[in-house]
Write a protein that binds this ligand. Sequence first.
Ligand SMILES: [Zn+2]
Length: 85
Amino acid sequence: MEDLRCREFTDFLLAYLDGELDPRARAAFEEHLQACPPCRDYLDSYRRTVELVGTAWSPCGPDDAIPEDAPEELVHAVLEARRRA
Ligand SMILES: [Zn+2]
């Protein structure tokens, strides 16, 4: 099993949450998650952001539904995921 770097980890994040990773990539992803607390935190805050945005955000709603302390890249990732959905 090759090593999964943090950078690749974030690239895989959306596919992982969408259940689109193949089993090998998924295993590598989860293995990295076990071994790398920063990525665990990243996934956590990503999920929280998705939840907050997912429940509070609507196409015609106010933009301020997105939490102000959410990292900008997370917000982008969330909005990107919505566009693809
Ligand atoms: Zn990592």
